[in-house]
Write a protein that binds this ligand. Structure first.
Ligand SMILES: Nc1ncnc2c1ncn2[C@@H]1O[C@H](COP(=O)(O)OP(=O)(O)O)[C@@H](O)[C@H]1O
Ligand SMILES: [Mg+2]
Length: 340
């Protein structure tokens, strides 16, 4: 039975089937299959090929032909002591959105690292994008990429990053006694410097929140989790709803188009205010909606502990209009001279 009659219909139908198939066929294979399939006259050939591939990739956790240690390449958790190249896993740190996060040690040098391994076939591509962004960044307050290990046969990707001791900033803010405004300002300066640098490279983080900042006992901060980051251009308008509620800029929240850096600056303004007020503050409190929910305005009162200069920087970060926010011309730089 002919299922598809014209090349046009065939192509769109194939695309749909392949989109669904991507969860068990590696991306590269799906793409080459699509290219080949367009020239096929009959859908039966295509379905036959798809069936053959399905049988081969039926078990997404199993990869034939990978000579790595047992279990490593499966898209599931791995045991302590497993070897990933020259890195031995010594502890599990977290289970994140893209994958599993482990602490590991180098078998030759004893250097520690953090490994992030894709938990599903379709997350591997996201990890590659994250690695690509990390490669472009070199700043003491942004976690560094050491290496990426890519296993193409089974679409597995492992990021090897600098290991950071300490806790997410949210933990520190919740549990550290005497989290003073002065201490908060020290952290703001480090982060303002890191984001000014990141934006100067046209990289936008898109998931700024306390949980994505690690802080050690010396109160050094490092930005992690570039999983949603992208390279922005002035002209590129974005529409997708990305980020974390409570930190999201109102233009994203209200599904307007947005460009990257101003949205980051908003989230950073929320985070800085939390450092001064506490975890009970979140961005939704300052976005006031009209009765019919079609419009909004921002009503922000800077924390009483902020000096005049700090208060005016925070207010500028949380400006209702993205173009007015502290973004242009080294907007975040004045933090370095700010006092509390
Ligand atoms: N370089 C690192 N050093 C130490 N711990 C890390 C590092 N990167 C991530 N982590 C830990 O793993 C958790 C999840 O990592 P993250 O990159 O935020 O993944 P996700 O995208 O899933 O949120 C973090 O909250 C942090 O506790
Ligand atoms: Mg995270």
């Amino acid at each position: 039975m002919r299922m598809m009659t014209s090349i046009g219909i065939q192509t769109s139908a194939l695309r749909r089937v392949l989109r669904e198939a991507r969860c068990w066929i590696p991306n590269s294979l799906a793409t080459s299959l699509l290219k080949k399939a367009i020239s096929w006259e009959d859908a039966a050939d295509f379905l036959k090929e798809l069936k053959r591939l399905h049988a081969r990739f039926r078990h997404p956790n199993v990869c034939d032909g990978c000579d790595e240690g047992d279990g490593l390449m499966k898209h599931e958790e791995v045991e302590v002591n497993t070897l990933v190249g020259d890195w031995r896993i010594i502890a599990k740190i977290a289970r994140g959105f893209f994958g599993f996060v482990y602490k590991a040690t180098n078998i030759n040098s004893s250097v520690k690292a953090t490994l992030k391994k894709a938990m599903k076939l379709e997350k591997a591509e996201g990890l590659l994008k994250e690695a690509d962004i990390m490669k472009r960044l070199d700043h003491k307050n942004i976690v560094k990429l050491i290496n990426v290990q890519e296993y193409q046969q089974c679409n597995q990707v492992v990021l090897i990053m600098e290991y950071m001791t300490g806790d997410p900033l949210s933990h520190r803010l919740a549990f550290q006694k005497n989290f003073s405004p002065n201490l908060a300002l020290g952290i703001m300066k480090q982060m303002a410097s890191a984001f000014a640098y990141m934006h100067s490279k046209n990289i936008v983080h898109r998931d700024i929140k306390l949980g994505n900042m690690l802080c050690n006992d010396q109160l050094e901060v490092k930005i992690i989790d570039l999983g949603l980051a992208f390279v922005s251009t002035q002209s590129k308008q974005l529409y997708d709803l990305r980020g974390t509620q409570g930190y999201m800029a109102p233009e994203i929240f209200f599904h307007n188009s947005y460009t990257g850096p101003p949205a980051d600056v908003w989230s950073l303004g929320i985070l800085f205010t939390q450092l001064l007020i506490g975890l009970e503050f979140d961005g939704l409190q300052i976005i006031k909606m009209s009765d019919d929910c079609t419009a909004y305005k921002v009503v922000y009162n800077p924390p009483p502990s902020a000096s005049e200069s700090l208060a005016s920087l925070l207010t500028a970060m949380l400006h209702e209009k993205p173009v007015e926010r502290l973004t242009r011309g080294g907007g975040l730089i004045p933090f370095s001279n700010c006092s509390i």
